[in-house]
Design a protein around this ligand. Structure first.
Ligand code: F6P
Length: 328
């Protein structure tokens, strides 16, 4: 018989993403709804090790659903990767009378939660928060939709100036090992070419595609490059390559960087965060542990941490084809 859950802690860990605050709010309010105490843990696993805790009631999360970042702060903890670090964290959890933990973060954060569960049989539940959308078990991670809107807005603005000056722009977007942001925002922003790690087009194809665009009458072009792309050249080397090998191009580079991680979450991310928080807390109450909540076919579903962490998300091949056709 699992121990009755009376007090739940929540933390945010790893790279932040828009919607994390909305998820914190949802966890806190679901706890209040079920008469549970909720404890906020500051600075992710670092704060867990140090016992940096603060009780949170329903009113303490007012006015944050629309805020980017995370009010609980985030960190990547080296100490938590050691057994000693995790022992300290477990001790703090026990001392504070905490019976369950909700971790909002990406695959690294879930690995930490899974090990905590394995070593101390401590109930844990995950909410996927990362703009990269690189977690198996959910069609959307928290912040992905907002980041897409931010990137599309940036592409639209860059297109204005690209068009005025007849320029070719290489725009780098985030996505450590995956091309979900690049592919989706590239289609929405009308990019001529999209370079993603899952599909290495090669330099020849890029050159051919730029020549084709020029021939068809286009005077400016946008090429979206995922930061994890495997073409073998970084975005500045791509510019140098075009400067050195293709005549008549005025090339500029724009690296969008961390602005993609900030900003007010979209409606989609706020609703998703609210649903995920409810599902995470209620799953812990049902005695479940070691799962991530996710969106699958419009429903909230649970995926074992192990599958979520080890699996690799697939790129949507239909989107690749659509992008090809649109750049005709
Ligand atoms: O995982 C989210 C992400 O934003 C990646 O897209 C990016 O590669 C990385 O985090 C950047 O991490 P940091 O903020 O630590 O530089």
């Amino acid at each position: 018989m699992p121990k009755k859950i009376k007090r739940i802690a929540v933390l945010t860990s790893g790279g932040d993403s828009p919607g994390m605050n909305a998820a914190i709010r949802s966890v806190v309010r679901t706890c209040a709804y079920h008469d549970l105490e909720c404890i906020g843990v500051y600075r992710g696993y670092e704060g867990l090790i140090e016992g940096d805790f603060k009780p949170m009631d329903a009113r303490s999360v007012k006015g944050i659903i629309n805020k980017g970042g995370t009010i609980l702060k985030s960190a990547r903890s080296k100490e938590f990767r050691t057994v000693e670090g995790r022992q300290k964290a477990y001790k703090k959890l026990v001392e504070a009378g905490i019976d369950g933990l909700v971790v909002i973060g990406g695959d690294g954060s879930f690995t930490g939660a899974m090990i905590l569960n394995d070593e101390f049989d401590f109930p844990v539940m995950g909410i996927p928060g990362t703009i990269d959308n690189d977690i198996v078990g959910t069609t959307h991670t928290l912040g992905f939709d907002t980041a897409l809107n931010t990137v599309v807005d940036a592409i639209d603005k860059i297109r204005d100036t690209a068009s005025s000056h007849n320029r070719l722009f290489f725009i780098e977007v985030m996505g450590r090992d995956v091309g979900h942001i690049a592919l989706n925002a590239g289609i929405a922003g009308g990019a001529e070419e999209i370079l993603i790690p899952e599909e290495d087009l090669g330099l020849d194809r890029l050159v051919e595609s730029l020549r084709r665009s020029r021939k068809s009458g286009k005077t400016s072009s946008i090429v979206i490059v995922a930061e994890g792309d495997k073409i073998g050249k970084n975005i500045f080397e791509l510019k140098d390559f075009v400067d050195d090998n293709m005549e008549g191009y005025d090339v500029r580079v724009s690296v969008l960087g961390h602005m993609q991680r900030g900003g007010s979450p979209s409606c989609f991310d706020r609703v998703l965060a609210s649903r995920m928080g409810v599902k995470a807390v209620e799953s812990l109450l049902e005695g479940k542990s070691n799962y991530m909540v996710g969106l699958q076919n419009t429903k909230m579903e649970l995926t074992p941490f192990d599958n979520a962490i080890k699996g690799k998300t697939k790129i949507n091949l239909e989107l690749l084809r659509v992008s090809d056709i649109m750049s005709t």
